[in-house]
Design a protein around this ligand. Sequence first.
Ligand SMILES: Cc1cc2nc3c(=O)[nH]c(=O)nc-3n(C[C@H](O)[C@H](O)[C@H](O)COP(=O)(O)OP(=O)(O)OC[C@H]3O[C@@H](n4cnc5c(N)ncnc54)[C@H](O)[C@@H]3O)c2cc1C
Length: 368
Amino acid sequence: MAAHLETDILIVGAGFYGCSIAVALRRLGAGRVTVVDEAADIMTRASFVNQARIHNGYHYPRSLVTAQSCRRSYERFRRDYAFAAEASFTSCYAIARNSRVSPGQFESFCREIGAFLAPLPASLANLFDPQLILAAYRADEMVFNATQMAAKLRQEIAETGVDLRLGTKAYFTGDDGARAHFRLSSGDEGRCQFIVNATYAGLDSFGVTLGTRIKKELAEVVLIDLPPELKSIGVTVMDGPFFSVTPFPPLQCHALTHVRYTPVCAWDGAMPAGLPPAGHHPGLNADAILRDSLRYMPSLARAKVRSSLLDVKTILLRNEDDDGRPILFERAPESPRVLSVLGSKFDTVYDAIEALCQVLDLPSSPAL
Ligand SMILES: Cc1cc2nc3c(=O)[nH]c(=O)nc-3n(C[C@H](O)[C@H](O)[C@H](O)COP(=O)(O)OP(=O)(O)OC[C@H]3O[C@@H](n4cnc5c(N)ncnc54)[C@H](O)[C@@H]3O)c2cc1C
């Protein structure tokens, strides 16, 4: 028989956003908080399938606002997640010959945002093809271990008394003027004061209309083992159709992505039929990703490909060209009690919590 669930805040999606928001809201005094996710565990989707970069601004020379916001959250994020931050590698940023940004522009951009930049030692600079790479620098950027972050969040969810229900899909069903109503795949129905739609790739299929247009891509992250001389570096080639290869701590390998080939396909609206599911895959564009990347860094030819990770990347359409990465935060037209949140990067979680605190009338606090 279907049960009835009465809660104060329902958070749909137990990715990094949903879990962090749940813990933060409980710590800030929210009443009953329930988190549901259709997956069997927390942080299995985009919060696991990503490049693991803790952004420190370098990536966004075309969006000063985003770069400065990364700089502001970088210290806080790496303090809050010090246990999961991996810094034991050299982070290199290289400027390609046909880049949208010149070495001089990149240097002055880094000066403007106050980000550390230094010449690469010759032993590392020699890894790049001098015909294709104009300049290469040492930067200050880390990666995170999503598995360790998930373990901490599981513990915090238990400590703060969040009601976590896995293997459960949720749908919005209506608003009676005092409560939002929802249905769960278990057959249970429920009511609550607020719903936080933190479903990322599922944002527009939860049952509410999104005013902001989003675009989705099936993204392929290639998992590779690098030869010993490359094991302790991360490389990002800027700024255009190039590649990044960064340590991927959860699987103790590197994650290789390419601006042109990582998006396997893109859509705006309903997901095309026949796409492979998220998760491990033998590889779709992996050959093209590796082939093009090693033109810039020939030693990548000695990389061993393990497999690929696929997932849906969700981007605000308006920021496709300028590379801005603000959060999406909007109330549903169907119910002012449904708040949809899209985090474009891990560090923007602070903006999402801040925005929620204002709506829920909770004291905003840096405590996560
Ligand atoms: C290829 C790629 C590379 C990236 N690289 C970086 C990077 O280097 N650094 C960085 O900071 N960010 C990066 N990002 C962005 C980052 O991964 C996301 O901003 C972040 O993971 C979003 O977290 P989330 O909790 O909103 O989403 P998710 O982790 O996807 O969580 C959403 C959850 O909602 C659940 N769900 C969906 N619909 C329903 C429903 N109806 N009912 C119940 N559950 C539902 C899903 O099962 C899922 O677990 C990258 C993203 C991708 C795809």
